[in-house]
Ligand binder design. Structure first.
Ligand SMILES: [Zn+2]
Length: 384
């Protein structure tokens, strides 16, 4: 049976944009969602996580149904700051619609994805289980958000068969691309230490700069030839700091910083071991090189291309006439936390204006995404 309740995804998106939920300020964002989800039969629970060196964050878990497959939708209501709002032609939290385009911070990233999915639930036949895991901190630390919410849900017995993250994933039109995996990211630094001295007496010093140059040369560039769904892993140095203002002192130390974007051939552990091996193989002429990982590396993942992913590809192909491109490009998202629990894809609108002034999406695209989500819910959860 189909629920009688209709939800206008554009109205819901406007209501969400009008909550200025800049990370981690929630305002009324969850009130808007609960008001839409509760009449659809969802049990909504707010969970606040805090600690671990970050600010407290509000999260929302909503669930409906017993038995059958369990579909998870994940997303974030927080938005990046609008910056100088004078630069906006359409006020960032007014949700103005002009010529079929809706403007506002979060329009693309990613209140539209949430609004479309909630409206889609109301349009699809009620079957199986659906849960929503919504955080209000994806854009900043992401310490007390989706990572902890997924662990919380698992501890309460929730097991998911497939997850959609409603982040902007499309290139030019809705459904042209979905993200089935992500590269991992690791930040590292190497402190190369020699012996300080006078430039006129180099034999009494040990300049760390040539050793640093050697390391940059040995480590920079491709780490492999890529895999079936990923481009080659790559290491790039982003900084080499000496801080030496003088012209007559050989410096004592150089601090090198780098980032690695890596594919599914690597784990953070294997990558760290490989970097240590390259460093160990260089002749640093008695300079010392200390390599440390900065922050927490994010793992690469590739969702298994069966089950929910296959159904989603078929749903999109049937409606748009073209199967979506399976992408693993772009930066990191909360999908990396969900990948530890179930296959996950990112499927949302085109996002060329995300994080920009006058962020916007087309009203027709929000409608189209809603229709695609609704069709997918019906195809995946079935009516039997
Ligand atoms: Zn986002």
């Amino acid at each position: 049976m189909t629920l009688e309740q209709g939800i206008d995804p554009v109205q819901l998106l406007q209501d969400l944009i009008r909550q200025p939920s800049v990370t981690p300020e929630l305002h009324g964002a969850f009130d808007v969602l609960e008001a839409a989800l509760t009449p659809l039969g969802f049990a909504c629970e707010r969970v606040r996580f805090e600690g671990d060196g970050s600010y407290p964050v509000d999260n929302l878990f909503a669930t409906r149904g017993e038995g059958g497959k369990h579909l998870l939708f994940a997303g974030h209501t927080d938005v990046v700051p609008p910056g100088d709002s004078v630069a906006w032609r359409h006020a960032p939290f007014a949700a103005e619609i002009v010529d079929g385009t809706i403007y506002g911070r979060g329009a693309a990233d990613m209140k539209s994805g949430i609004a479309a999915f909630v409206a889609a639930i109301a349009r699809a036949p009620e079957a199986g289980r659906i849960s929503l895991a919504i955080t209000n901190d994806e854009e900043a630390d992401a310490v007390n958000g989706t990572d902890k919410l997924m662990a919380w849900a698992e501890a309460r017995g929730h097991r998911f068969d497939f997850a959609i993250v409603g982040e902007p994933s499309a290139t030019a039109r809705v459904g042209d691309s979905i993200k089935v995996g992500r590269r991992g990211s690791l930040n590292g630094q190497i402190r190369v230490t020699g012996t300080q001295g006078h430039v006129a007496y180099p034999d009494k010093a040990n300049n760390p700069l040539p050793a640093a140059a050697l390391l940059i040369g040995a480590l920079t560039g491709k780490l492999d030839d890529g895999t079936e769904h990923f481009p080659p892993s790559n290491l790039e140095f982003t900084s080499a700091d000496v801080g030496n203002e003088t012209t007559n002192v050989i410096p004592a130390a150089v601090l090198l910083r780098f980032n690695v974007r890596y594919n599914d051939r690597w784990t953070p552990e294997s990558l760290i071991a490989a970097i240590e091996e390259v460093i160990g193989n260089q002749d640093l002429r008695d300079c010392r090189a200390e390599f440390t990982v900065v922050g927490r590396p994010s793992r690469s993942f590739l969702s298994p291309l069966g089950g929910g992913v296959e159904t989603l590809i078929e749903t999109i192909a049937r409606r748009t006439g073209i199967p979506p491109e399976l992408s693993t490009g772009g930066g990191t998202s909360d999908a990396r936390f969900i990948a530890e629990y179930c296959p996950v894809v990112e499927f949302g609108l085109p996002g060329p204006t995300m994080h920009k002034v006058d962020e916007n999406v087309r009203v027709a695209d929000v409608e189209e995404l809603t229709a695609l989500y609704a069709q997918f819910i019906a195809d995946y959860l079935g009516t039997e």
